[in-house]
Design a binder for this molecule. Sequence first.
Ligand code: ZN
Length: 394
Amino acid sequence: MERLFAADEKDIRSAYTTDVYFERTRKILLSKGLEKTEVWAEFTLGSLPNNWKWAVLCGTEEVLRLANGMEIDIFGVPEGTIFTSRTQKGIRVPLMNIHGRYTEFGEMETAMLGMLCHPSGVATAAARVRCAAKDKRIMAFGNRRMHPAVSGVLDRSAYIGGCDDVASKIGADIIGKEAVGTVPHSLMLMMGSDEAAFRAFDETIEKTVPRIMLIDTFSDEREASINACSIIKDLKGVRLDTPSSRRGSLKEIIQEVRWELDSKGFGSVEIIASGGLNENSIRELMGSGVSGFGVGSSISNAPTLDISMDLVCKNGSSISKKGKFGGRKYTYRCSHCLSMDVSLSDSDRIKCSCGSEMEVFEIQLMRSGKRVYKEEPSEIRKYVLSQLRQLGEL
Ligand SMILES: [Zn+2]
């Protein structure tokens, strides 16, 4: 069989996926006897895309898995931290710092950045959808818009950002939950009618799987939803994925279906909406009687964050390229308003503009190639949600 284009774990760990100039740099440093040169490398972000005011850091866990065994120390803000790219004075906020011989980790710059940039964009988009959906259920359905090689990464990031559930089995395994799904249009088409598909699903699929039936394939959504209720005794919900060409106002269709369900005694049956939803359209649907959302592209196609890695210290001396500030820096954060600041010292007394005292906001993540930080995805997600509440976004 011909190999797929996706890189596998071996390709990534062996630097087969890295930009070739890092490989050449390593070769030059080794040939010039500079393999022992110690550096501090800093991970920062210049600006946020889409006029976002904050972002969620995601992907730290995978960086630690990649760095396992490298003779380096890693410090940084915990995964799930909501951050601004710069302080109020305009200084880039260090999200992660690596200390060690450059030749020990330099070749992995491409992989490490990719593991942070893409997941952080996805987690941030998910967090924004969470802020729009408030306490409604959000299922991440966006894997089909991206390469399957990153399904697990996408689902983990969407979950950490605030989605409740994910659709892929690999993603569900990574976050320690069951994969969720409703019914695809293809089942309705293959079975020939809504009713036949409802019956076949109910007869075939184990009872532990919640029954959420699609009601927009052939007939009117109201009629199909009542049909589903009468055929499936323990129907959990109905899903509307009505195409935009037939939609008119999705909010009004949902209101109508809600009314119909309630008036026929099916008040506990939930309505799930899906189909091209984003944070704005979700906001418009709130209050319509909708119980949850299946969200795809607007989360999985999130803009990647341009986090970069820069050398800021070499053999104990400050160094930096033009446009970057040299020196090993410490990130501070106000526990009251979550504002961030930066200092070259870890023992500064920094007063936040809100009046509170800031504290050093950095933990050691890895010591000599061994991780000293481990957090479950569910805990990271809780941490994200608690910060969103603290910021008044949720
Ligand atoms: Zn403050």
